[in-house]
Design a protein around this ligand. Structure first.
Ligand SMILES: Cc1ncc(COP(=O)(O)O)c(C=O)c1O
Length: 311
């Protein structure tokens, strides 16, 4: 007994988080479908579908945060870990005793309250746009924007490294013609835009739009969009003002731009050239939610977007 105590005091127990993660990962790759033969088809089908991912090492374990250095969360400024945000949150709750914790319904029905309204107004003012709409994540914001703003007959042109959430919105958009251009390649962008002009007479005549999707600071490669060049080229090819940009600022808001990080578009002074900016509140701002500000688009989203029911 004494000997054991001495060992544990001189050799403090450390956790090898890497080994723990590898164990969890290996566990997550174990094939489960065949073990469910004879059981419920519902659960077996789900496991068989998951087995396809497991066979290629794609079973992803959900693990709890560890005390290792954070190289992977989106809390890039470490704001979420300081405790300051929690303090501010509690102060805000105290300052707004009438705040409803529950929404009681979707934003479209009874789920919008005065606090939401003020928040959206404050954000719009801060960013310097006409209106803002807060939804519960960047995923929802991108879905909302891309599935509702383009009209039938519009053409979508987007950087091939656009985030999967934007692509998911485009998939259900009414704009059937969708053309990627090579990542950050202005020459290829011009080629694609010229091609749209040739093949879409309504767009050429300024009766339908080209809606262009880019990220300001790419999540995939960590590089920056040549936004000014793209805008100049788009305006030259489509002089009727019907080539408009939607910029995903998920990774630039809070990190780049004036007043402590109001984003890349603002930093570049391109606010008047961008129709919609998508900003996430769950990354550098260490909260959660996404918002899409700008012009009458927010009201169109409010009018028609199914995704808002998830707020
Ligand atoms: C570029 C980009 N847009 C949108 C999102 C989605 O944001 P959220 O995680 O808030 O759903 C992400 C998430 O990582 C992202 O990297």
């Amino acid at each position: 007994m004494m000997a054991t105590m001495t060992v544990s005091m001189t050799e403090p127990k450390t956790t090898d988080h890497g080994a723990q993660w590898r164990r969890e990962w290996a566990d997550a790759q174990k094939i489960k479908g065949p073990g469910l033969k004879g059981g419920s088809a519902f659960y077996r089908n789900i496991e068989e579908e998951l087995d396809l991912a497991r066979q290629t090492g794609g079973g992803l374990p959900l693990h709890l945060p560890s005390h290792t250095i954070d190289f992977s969360t989106c809390d890039v400024l470490g704001l979420g870990r300081t405790g300051a945000l929690r303090e501010e949150f509690l102060k805000e709750l105290e300052a707004n005793p009438g705040f409803h914790i529950t929404a009681g319904g979707s934003r479209l029905c009874d789920g919008t309250n005065r606090y939401h309204d003020n928040l959206e107004r404050e954000i719009a003012e801060l960013v310097g746009v006409e209106s803002a709409l807060v939804v519960h994540s960047g995923w929802t914001a991108n879905q909302a924007i891309w599935s509702t703003v383009p009209r039938s007959g519009d053409v979508l042109v987007y950087d091939e490294l656009m985030h999967a959430t934007a692509l998911a919105g485009m998939k259900v958009s009414l704009a059937l013609e969708q053309k990627p251009f090579r990542h950050n390649d202005v020459e290829h962008f011009i080629e694609i835009m010229e091609d749209v002009k040739e093949t879409s007479p309504l767009v050429k005549a300024g009766k339908r739009c080209v809606i262009i999707g880019v990220e300001s600071y790419y999540s995939m490669d960590g590089d920056i969009c040549p936004l000014r060049e793209l805008i100049e080229a788009a305006k030259e090819i489509f002089p009727h003002g019907n080539a408009q940009f939607i910029v995903d600022e998920a990774h630039s808001f809070g990190c780049m731009g004036p007043s402590g990080g109001l984003g890349f578009v603002k930093e570049q002074g391109l606010e008047d050239e961008v129709a919609i900016r998508m900003i996430t509140l769950g990354k550098a701002l260490a909260a959660s939610g996404g918002k899409s500000p700008e012009t009458p688009c927010a009201s169109k989203l409010t009018d028609s977007n199914r995704s808002l029911y998830t707020v």
